[in-house]
Design a protein around this ligand. Structure first.
Ligand SMILES: *[C@@H]1O[C@H](CO)[C@@H](O)[C@H](O)[C@H]1NC(C)=O
Length: 423
């Protein structure tokens, strides 16, 4: 009996190599072909969810390693999720990490994950399903390019009060959220810190600690004027002079005919002695008390909570999002208690393939450019005499494109609102 157990142990460890490290709660790198479909569940809440397919995309650093879940249909909602052994982050650091590649040059769409409690019915996951944490990039038009960090607290979804910009290029980027049991947090992009702080300051978990004393009121005789009119200063007797006077140098023209031209009046000029409105000199106000500051009191509504970071139960990670132009690849999902492990894991995945990915993209762009050059050349050789007429056509096309672009942006704005409502 003992021998069987001994023999079985290494095998078991190999099979469960992920769960073997108690600090790794979920890891998904899509390294086993179509088997991901056994681990991920498609929601049936709607009938027309977009399909994820396994792909490394049009350009990549490593054809195998860079395979991830790619959105494959435009203008669709997506809803896939995977379950893991339920855990709580009580007294432990929680790290959520994954990579996102918007190789389609995304116009409008989500690139975030949601962590749900284990009670979630995956086959019915949808935009309103209650989650614990939502984290990751969200893009819509030129105005929305941000990283969401949303915590569910007592049934309410709280957005971060800071603006964290997400990446808006076509390459793979690593997004990491760290939440620590001392109620501090950190957001990293590509293994570099982009934001950090503490939960109480950067989300409206709790009402403010201090409020303005509702009993306090500025005394009626509180003088906030630093300067006053000098009571000693009096307007000089000869101050008031008209602003305009008849020109003393003007004289009636000799050929002026009163009967024909009417009574002669000299032209009016600015009076050089006019001093404008008199204002008394300003002196320091002897009664000045400074600006009145509304005294604050402890907010009776405030109760500290040292467990803002804490969730009893995590059990499912999900991609629940909307995309206009599809093509985003999600990969390298990791949930762990170990910050260092996550960083190293990011280095081993995103860190290893990012340079080669960039290179392949540059090569493709270069080839594309050459191809277009050739085609242009060929076109010109074939129809040299029609060049002028064609130029005009091109101008029209450009204008049309611009109009289309504008329409598109308007659409995007609407979609932005849609997404917000979903939150
Ligand atoms: C990850 O890579 C960066 C940059 O090469 C390096 O500074 C850092 O120490 C690495 N982290 C780990 C945990 O190996």
């Amino acid at each position: 009996m003992a021998r069987i157990v001994l023999l079985a142990l290494p095998l078991l460890a190999a099979l469960l190599c992920v769960s073997a490290d108690p600090n790794v709660l979920f890891k998904e790198e899509f390294a086993d072909g179509d088997d991901w479909q056994k681990r991920w569940v498609q929601s049936k809440h709607k009938e027309d969810y977009g399909l994820f397919k396994l792909s490394a995309g049009k350009f990549y650093g490593d054809a195998e390693k860079d395979k991830g879940l790619q959105t494959s249909q435009d203008a669709r909602f997506y809803a896939q999720s995977a379950r893991f052994t339920p855990f709580s982050n009580k007294d432990k650091t929680l790290v959520i990490q994954f990579s996102v590649k918007h190789e389609q040059n995304i116009d409008c769409g989500g690139g975030y994950v949601k962590l749900f409690p284990s009670k979630l019915d995956q086959s019915d996951m949808h935009g309103e399903s209650e989650y614990n944490i939502m984290f990751g990039p969200d893009t819509c038009g030129p105005s929305t390019k941000k990283v969401h960090v949303i915590f569910n607290y007592k049934g309410k979804n709280l957005q971060i009060n800071k603006d964290i910009r997400c990446k808006d290029d076509v390459f793979t980027h690593l997004y990491t959220l760290i939440v620590r049991p001392d109620n501090t947090y950190e957001v990293k992009i590509d293994n570099s810190k982009v934001e950090s702080g503490n939960l109480e300051d950067d989300w409206d978990f709790l009402p403010p600690k201090k409020i303005k004393d509702p009993e306090a009121k500025k005394p009626d005789d509180w003088d906030e004027r630093p300067k006053i009119d000098d009571p000693e200063d009096k307007k000089p007797e000869d101050w008031d002079k008209p602003e305009h006077i008849p020109d003393p140098d003007a004289s009636k023209p000799e050929d002026w005919d009163e009967e024909m031209d009417g009574e002669w009046e000299p032209p009016v000029i600015q009076n050089p002695e006019y001093k404008g409105e008199w204002k008394p000199r300003q002196i320091d106000n002897p009664d000045y008390k400074g600006k009145w500051v509304h005294p604050e009191i402890d907010n009776p509504e405030y109760t500290p909570d040292s467990d803002l970071y804490f969730y009893e139960d995590f059990g499912v990670i999900g991609l629940d999002l909307w995309q206009v132009k599809s093509g985003t690849i999600f990969d390298n999902f990791l949930i762990t208690h170990d910050e260092k492990y996550a960083e190293d894991s990011g280095n081993q995945s995103w860190g290893v393939t990012k340079e080669a990915e960039k290179k392949m993209k540059e090569q493709q762009d270069e080839e594309e450019r050459k191809k277009q050059e050739e085609e242009e050349k060929k076109r010109k050789e074939e129809e040299p005499q029609e060049e002028e007429a064609e130029d005009d056509d091109e101008d029209d096309d450009e204008e049309e494109d611009r109009e289309k672009e504008e329409e598109k942006e308007e659409d995007e704005d609407e979609e932005d609102t849609l997404q917000k409502d979903e939150l």
